[in-house]
Design a protein around this ligand. Structure first.
Ligand code: TLP
Length: 345
């Protein structure tokens, strides 16, 4: 049976070329910084996002955690958006491991204003923790992959910097943001001291993310990575796929965006369904508008038709396009959904 997996772009399989490059990769012990393929990936990644240095890490979650630990001291406060991945989906590592106090601010489309930031910042007082870091996320996952408006990012960054804060960008899908806004990725990352981006999502590498920043910052992060058990030895096997992600897969993301747009257009024409957010990139947030039907019912009916998705609330679902989703798959999903909803209502 046909299998169309729309749960996430994390489900992408490595391409044949990646598998071949992985087989051929020269490797060494990366804890001694002697793996030539990892070193090459880190150098290319740092240059691409306009930072001095970079570190190859096992996951986006580890990259964000290392950034939190490397920019701060335990007991300090971090300002982030209330629907951010770091706050919602990283198992509370911000507090449990980094020892930080998250200060969530509710935004719109993934970002809050500099006025909201100024209101959240407290004057010096013996009772308060020190606030030392601001984190943003671009694209913003829970807002359906929306691209943050760069002028608002720049304004917020300036306000944060004036208040003495460091800035970290969770750019898990920053290349999607760059493609969708037709902006060089270095422009999007420029206001930040550090950026994390994922190789293992739309860029299709099997494993890994990059953390980039200043040379000193990356030296700190490297030590914390070792502390957390993330020193990966002959990791060039994995980095080889990451190099292919940067060279090739960053250049095809517009296709995923076009398919997400078509999916949103087709599904929003089905009675009883509504697309919850503007679709900027490869994520479609879908809501059910007829109370008799729940997301769980639709997810299981889809599964019978070979369409794999997940509910993220009683009436909400997230569908993500990626390089294994074709135009035919998108048309099939739209048609199958029309039939399913007709039968159910
Ligand atoms: N997001 C995953 C799930 O964890 C929800 C997904 O399927 O979208 N930042 C952002 C913005 C992310 O979306 C993710 C993964 C991460 C960080 C963490 O990356 P990994 O999964 O590599 O730890």
């Amino acid at each position: 049976m046909r299998k169309i997996d729309l749960r996430s772009d994390t489900v992408t399989q490595p391409t044949e070329r990646m598998r071949e490059l992985m087989r051929q990769a020269p490797v060494g012990d990366d804890v001694y910084q002697e793996d030539p393929t990892v070193n090459k990936l880190e150098a290319e990644a740092a240059a691409l996002v306009g930072k001095e240095a970079a570190l190859f890490v096992s996951s986006g979650t580890m990259g964000n955690l290392l950034a939190l630990m490397s920019h701060t001291q335990p007991g300090e406060e971090v300002i982030l958006e209330a629907d951010s991945h770091i706050y919602c989906y990283e198992v509370g590592g911000i507090s449990r491991i980094a020892g930080l106090i998250p200060r969530p601010i509710t935004g719109l489309g993934g970002i809050f204003t500099s006025k909201q930031l100024k209101q959240a910042l407290r004057p010096e007082n013996i009772h308060y923790p020190r606030t030392t870091l601001l984190c943003l996320e671009n694209t913003h996952n829970r807002s359906g992959g929306q691209v943050l408006p760069q002028d608002q990012v720049v304004e917020l960054a300036e306000a944060a910097r004036n208040a003495g804060l460091k800035l970290h960008l969770d750019g898990a899908r920053i290349f999607n943001a760059a493609v969708a806004s037709n902006t060089p990725v270095q422009i999007l990352t420029a206001p930040f001291d550090s950026v994390m981006f994922c190789l293992s999502k739309g860029l299709a590498a099997p494993v890994g993310s990059i953390l980039a920043g200043s040379t000193n910052f990356i030296a700190r992060a490297r030590k914390f990575r070792k502390m957390l058990g993330g020193g990966m030895r002959q990791a060039g096997i994995l980095a080889a796929a990451g190099l292919e992600s940067l060279d090739v897969m960053t250049k095809r993301l517009a296709e995923d965006h076009r398919r997400a747009e078509r999916l949103a257009e087709g599904l929003s024409a089905v009675p009883g369904l509504k697309v919850a957010n503007p679709v900027h990139t490869n994520i479609v947030m879908l809501d059910i508008t007829c109370p008799e039907l729940t997301a769980a019912c639709l997810v299981s009916a889809w599964a019978e038709a070979g369409i794999i998705t997940a509910a993220n609330s009683k009436y909400g679902m997230r569908l993500v396009t990626h390089y294994q989703i074709t135009d035919e798959d998108v048309e099939y999903v739209i048609e199958a959904t029309r039939t399913i909803i007709q039968q159910m209502s």
